[in-house]
Design a protein around this ligand. Structure first.
Ligand code: G3P
Length: 254
């Protein structure tokens, strides 16, 4: 890693409850070495936003609250969706956009992810822009063309500003929840490619943008992944549901 501040983000997906919020926020707050040295993010289900926001005050924690998704629209007759304004009002500072589960389970296209990224930027929320290829694409040697299409969709709609002060998360779909993380060497090669794409838009943004790796990160493999020069931290699923494991992963990022 370089002088970019590392980030470790917990994506709880459709898991967790108030008890986990208390355990996680309190345990993270006790690790004083984590303060200032990295951005620790928790993205719980939306029903826990306000509870987590108050837990931050209770435990004097500077953990960053992130939404798992927002609507691509600003408001309107869209039953069941949350707008960027809703999540912002609930204390969210960051938002995950284009997670592979949104893409695979809900048919979210890259053009829609791009709209979400723009909604977030417009309202001052930091997007964690997820990209990644499926197992079939990986096996067919289409990793780079898939990533190019996903990144270009955002660039085409929002220009280089869409990446300024944003976070990118490379999550190979074949590594998500499978226990088969990408090797540090492969992850580095792909992160380097992503940073290169951003460099072609803006060398300044490429130098500062933080690119996270996600997919079966554990306390055992985190340090090797995070020590790669283009890997600035991780987006963590299953292991983030166990505070002791999540803290070890945070420590590996410093
Ligand atoms: O967003 C995090 C994620 O999809 C990775 O999940 O369970 O493989 O760490 P997991």
């Amino acid at each position: 890693m370089t002088n970019r501040k590392p980030v470790v983000a917990a994506n709880w997906k459709m898991n967790g409850n108030r008890q986990l919020v208390d355990n996680a926020v309190q345990s993270i707050a006790k690790q004083s070495e984590l303060k200032n040295n990295l951005d620790v993010v928790i993205s719980p289900p939306a029903t826990l936003f306000s509870y987590l926001d108050s837990a931050k005050k209770t435990y004097n924690s500077d953990v960053i609250l992130a939404a798992q998704n927002i609507s691509e629209f600003e408001q309107g007759a869209i039953t069941g969706e949350l707008s960027v304004h809703h999540v912002k009002e609930m204390g969210c500072q960051w938002v995950i956009c284009g997670h592979s589960e949104r893409r695979s389970l809900f048919g979210e296209r890259s053009s829609v992810t791009a709209q979400k990224v723009l909604q977030a930027k417009k309202q001052g929320l930091k997007p964690i822009i997820c990209v990644g290829e499926t197992a079939e694409e990986y096996e067919a040697g289409k990793t780079y063309s898939r990533l190019t299409a996903q990144i270009e969709a955002i660039f085409n709609l929002g220009g280089e500003q869409a990446f300024t002060d944003s976070i990118v998360a490379y999550e190979p779909v074949w590594a998500v929840g499978t226990g088969k993380a990408a090797s540090p060497e492969l992850a580095q090669e792909i992160h380097h490619f992503i940073r290169g794409m951003i460099r072609a838009m803006s060398p300044v943004t490429a130098a500062s943008v933080r690119i996270l790796y996600g997919g079966s990160v554990t306390p055992d493999n985190a340090a090797a992944l995070f020590s790669q020069p283009d890997i600035d931290g991780g987006l963590i699923g299953a292991a983030s549901l166990v505070p002791e494991k999540f803290i070890k992963i945070c420590q590996a990022a410093m």
